[in-house]
Design a protein around this ligand. Structure first.
Ligand code: INI
Length: 161
């Protein structure tokens, strides 16, 4: 009996790939831990630091604009958006969190360049700390691993169709 063909990526950094991390300075004490996690994940999965460019923006709101400009250059294999949007007592959180998510997805779909979403959206600082290298892992690391898998998957898809 025949079986279906399965196409999937793996989490070994493909040769020659290039990653761009777009990270906010807002809440940098959290964001810096997420960026470290993302860099560490790429290096520990077979990449090296020379494959990585880090672009800094003021806050999460500015991330989609930078992603769009970088994706349009077609020089990056994958982009990784990193920020920490922490709920305060104003509705600002909902606007910023909603727009960065929507914008990152839109850039990814319209450019075809994978955009991994390493943006924390939390109710408080404790939840952000938990996701930035303590109790709940490091979401920057997780986003980088997804980016690696998507770069690998893109190569598999190119070869298969
Ligand atoms: N930017 C963040 O990255 N995280 C936040 O939690 C945040 N809050 O809550 O205000 C935030 N605001 C700044 C925003 O991203 C823009 O930089 C600013 O509005 C200027 O355009």
């Amino acid at each position: 009996m025949s079986v279906p063909r399965v196409i999937e990526g793996n989490v070994v950094v493909p040769k020659g790939s290039k990653f761009c991390i777009v990270a906010s300075r807002f809440n940098h004490f959290i964001v810096d831990r997420l960026v470290e996690g993302a860099v560490d994940a790429i290096v520990r999965h077979g990449g090296d630091a020379s494959m990585i460019t880090i672009v800094r923006v003021p806050g999460a709101w500015e991330i989609p604009t930078a992603l769009a400009k970088i994706a349009a250059k077609k020089k990056s294999s994958a982009l990784i958006a990193i920020a920490a949007v922490i709920r305060g007592s104003t509705p600002h959180f909902d606007y910023v969190a909603g727009e960065v998510a929507k914008g990152a997805a839109q850039v990814s779909l319209s450019s075809g360049v994978p955009v991994a979403f390493g943006v924390l959206t939390t109710d408080n600082i404790e939840q952000a700390v938990e996701r930035a290298g303590t109790k709940a892992g490091n979401k920057g690391w997780d986003a980088a691993v997804s980016a690696i898998e998507m770069v690998s998957l893109a190569r598999e898809i190119d070869a298969a169709f």
